[in-house]
Structure formats: structure tokens, C-alpha cells
Design a protein around this ligand. Structure first.
Ligand SMILES: Cc1cc2nc3c(=O)[nH]c(=O)nc-3n(C[C@H](O)[C@H](O)[C@H](O)COP(=O)(O)OP(=O)(O)OC[C@H]3O[C@@H](n4cnc5c(N)ncnc54)[C@H](O)[C@@H]3O)c2cc1C
Length: 386
């Protein structure tokens, strides 16, 4: 592993930094889990796309910069350093985009990728159903072939940004006699079709970015299928692999939180409990360890290695670290942590509380940590299934 950056990588960093300094909005945008904030974030994605920074890892001919994983990590470090807005089209650009490049036809790539890159079309992810969460192979929503259409019936749930998104991708049971992961097909569904009801779900913080999506006799053209009929599981696993691998949560996000935590501690050092000092140091060290480990993994991947079940280790590490850092911040803030963000004395309390509520979801989304522990036990440690 190379522990220093090359002159080209340093030049790339300088270019990202310069562009972000000139373009990142001076005021934070409204939450993307509100209608207003969602559109503000969509507009920001257009600005990013204008600078060819919306999808840096995509090939240059598709509007990206063909960045390798090290450049991606550098981009992310600069992105968080600049305090740039969250990515509203993460499901599209980071998950569906690479899947389309792998499984899509030329027509599908031409149809979907440009509007995804510019976020003219923002995507929701439609895996989960009321009885198919951890056990995704229990999916019951059906897509019945009728000539050159699929007729879809069923219910998806927990679709992030589903309340405002334009499209949803998901897997549906096309073979009624199939069980588990066989007989499923990956289909791209516009959310404005007849028969679709999107019902927002209120979150712990009162906002409604999530949605349940009900599908009643929804007719979707067969050309919206990604990959082969009844082979959707393999396509979905490829998408989920991008999510659990390096792209979902880069170390820069946690380093930024660790840095804010150190600053918070410094401001409150005279009132904070003595044990807080150790908790802050541990958080900072863990964020740094995650960074170094990720650079190591990226170097291995660039050298032709692969990331398999050890992605589960990463997922547990960053999600537990995020909870620990936010808990420490709230403990340092003591009673002030109870203040609502809009209270005059709140200062930066609101940010920590919002961050804490979202951190609590980390051990659940992208596959719960219990499931990741099963993966580690069985596939990395070779322990028996029961
Ligand atoms: C913030 C957030 C965003 C999300 N976004 C999306 C999205 O965009 N699209 C989407 O489709 N879904 C999304 N989800 C849903 C998420 O994927 C599911 O919540 C998750 O997979 C768990 O499924 P479940 O909620 O049905 O819980 P269940 O599967 O019912 O699990 C309940 C509990 O049982 C445990 N458990 C279940 N099976 C086992 C087992 N075999 N061994 C040990 N423990 C087990 C789980 O770990 C969990 O603690 C999101 C969730 C969150 C919190």
C-alpha cells in the first residue's frame, strides 16, 4: 500500500477543492426529506453535473471522470471538507448506474444514464416489502407478463426518498410457481403510472422522505426489465454489492463527524465529564482507522483484488462508529442536547440530534448488522449455520 498521494492525485484534489469552494451553497439546503429540500438537492445535483462532478467514477464518455477508487476517496474527502449537500440521487448514481452499465442494453444505457447523471430523474430503491426485509428472497410482489407489458401488483416499503422520487427500481416475482430467489425479475418503474399509490411514512424526526409504494395492476413495458426474466436476483445482488462495498459510506463522512466532535469537546472541555475525553479520542482513532483500512481495500481492488464478505465488517464498523460518535456528542452537550434545533440557545445542538437519529438507522439499512454478523460468522469464519 502506498501511503502518499501521487502528484496527479494531489492535482485532482486541488481541482476538486477549487471547484467546490466556488460552487458549494453558502447556506445549508433544507432537508432532502422535505419536498422543498428535495428539489433544492436536485438543483445542486444539476450544478455538480454541470462541472462533471456528479458521478466521478462513471466513464468519461458517460459524463463522468473515469476516477479510480483512490480518486473517489479523495473526491469524498474534499466533498465533506467543503460541507457540500447530501446526495439526493445516491440510489441512481451509485447503485443503479453501475448496475445498468453491467446489465443494461445500449438502448437502456442511452435512455436512463444521462437523466440519472443530471438528476432530472431521481431514483428510489424498491426492495423491501412488509414481509421481506432481511429476508429479501421472500418478496411477494408479482409482475405478470401480458404481451409486451408486465402487470405489477404488490407493495414495497421503506423506499428512501420514495415520497418525491421519479422512478423506482426493484425486483418482482415473475414466475408464480417459484420460491425464494428464483423467479424474480429486476424492473424499472416510473412512479407516476396509473395504479401506483405512494404513501409517505413519517420518520422519527417528523419528516417524510420514506414511502410505501402500492402497485395495483400497474402496466410497465417489458423493455423496462433489466437483465433476463427470472434472473433478477443476480442483478439485485450486483446492485446491493455496490451498496455494501465502498460506495455507500466513504470514510470522509465519519472523519468529518470526528473532527466536529473534537471541536465540540474543545468548546465544552471545562464542563464535560472526564470520560468524554477518552470517548472523543477513541472516535477520532476509529474514524482514522476506517479511513486507512478503506485506502488499503481500494489499493487491493485497483490491483485486481475483490471485496466480498468482508464488506460486512466495514458496514458494522462504520455504522457502530457513527452511533458512538453521536452518543458522545450528546453526552458532552448534556441537557442542552434536548433543545430543538430552532430554539434560540440551540447553536449546533440540532445538527447533532438529527445526526444521532439518522445514525440509529445505520445498523438497519443496507442489511441489518445482525445479518452482517451472520455473513461474517458463516462466510469469513466458517462457523456452522446453527
Ligand atoms: C434509513 C433506512 C433507509 C432504508 N431505505 C430503504 C430503501 O430505500 N429501499 C428499501 O427497499 N428498503 C430500505 N430500507 C429497509 C431496510 O432494508 C430494512 O429495514 C432492513 O433490510 C431490515 O428489514 P426489516 O425492517 O423488514 O426487519 P426484519 O427483517 O423484520 O428484521 C427485524 C429484526 O430481526 C433481525 N433478524 C432478521 N432476520 C435475522 C436472522 N436471520 N438472523 C439474525 N437476526 C435477524 C434483524 O436484524 C432485525 O433486528 C431502509 C431502512 C432504513 C432504516
Amino acid at each position: 500500500m502506498e501511503l502518499t498521494f501521487t502528484p496527479e492525485q494531489e492535482a485532482f484534489r486541488a481541482e476538486v477543492r477549487g471547484w467546490l469552494e466556488a460552487h458549494v451553497p453558502a447556506e445549508p439546503l433544507a432537508s432532502m426529506d422535505t419536498a422543498e429540500g428535495f428539489e433544492q438537492h436536485r438543483a445542486w445535483e444539476r450544478v455538480l453535473d454541470g462541472g462533471r462532478w456528479a458521478m466521478v467514477t462513471w466513464p468519461a464518455e458517460l459524463g463522468g471522470r473515469s476516477a479510480d477508487l483512490i480518486e473517489w476517496l479523495i473526491f469524498e474527502e474534499e466533498y465533506y471538507r467543503a460541507g457540500a449537500p447530501g446526495r439526493v440521487n445516491q440510489n441512481g448514481i451509485f447503485l443503479l448506474g453501475p448496475t445498468l452499465m453491467e446489465y443494461g442494453t445500449d438502448e437502456q444505457k442511452a435512455r436512463y444514464l444521462p437523466k440519472m447523471g443530471s438528476s432530472e430523474e431521481v431514483w428510489a430503491q424498491g426492495w423491501s416489502e412488509p414481509n421481506a426485509g432481511s429476508d429479501m428472497a421472500a418478496i411477494r410482489s408479482t409482475a405478470e407478463r401480458d404481451g409486451d407489458h408486465y402487470v405489477i401488483n404488490g407493495q414495497k416499503t421503506w423506499a428512501s426518498r420514495g415520497a418525491f422520487a421519479d422512478w423506482m427500481f426493484g425486483i418482482f416475482r415473475t414466475d408464480p410457481d417459484s420460491e425464494r430467489h428464483r423467479g424474480l425479475t429486476f424492473i424499472l418503474v416510473p412512479l407516476d403510472l396509473d395504479g401506483i399509490t405512494v404513501r409517505p411514512i413519517q420518520q422519527l424526526d417528523g419528516e417524510t422522505g420514506f414511502a410505501e409504494v402500492f402497485l395495483d395492476d400497474v402496466r410497465v413495458p417489458v423493455e423496462n426489465r433489466l437483465g433476463q426474466e427470472n434472473q433478477g436476483w443476480a442483478v439485485a445482488m450486483s446492485t446491493a454489492g455496490f451498496e455494501r462495498g465502498l460506495m455507500l459510506r466513504s470514510p470522509a463522512r465519519f472523519e468529518a463527524t470526528a473532527k466536529r466532535l473534537v471541536e465540540l469537546y474543545r468548546r465544552h472541555a471545562d464542563t464535560a465529564e472526564p470520560t468524554m475525553r477518552e470517548a472523543v479520542v477513541r472516535a477520532w482513532m476509529n474514524a482514522e482507522a476506517y479511513r486507512l483500512n478503506t485506502y488499503w481495500t481500494a489499493s487491493r481492488l485497483i490491483d485486481g483484488g475483490s471485496i466480498g464478505s468482508e464488506a460486512s465488517l466495514n458496514k458494522i464498523f462504520w455504522s457502530e462508529l457513527d452511533v458512538q460518535m453521536h452518543e458522545t456528542a450528546l453526552a458532552i452537550l448534556e441537557a442542552r442536547a434536548q433543545l430543538l434545533a430552532e430554539a434560540p440557545a440551540a447553536g449546533d445542538v440540532g445538527g447533532w440530534l438529527d445526526g444521532y437519529l439518522f445514525a440509529l438507522a445505520g445498523p438497519i439499512y443496507a442489511g441489518t448488522n445482525e445479518i452482517q454478523r451472520n455473513v461474517i460468522a458463516e462466510r469469513l469464519l466458517g462457523l456452522p449455520r446453527s
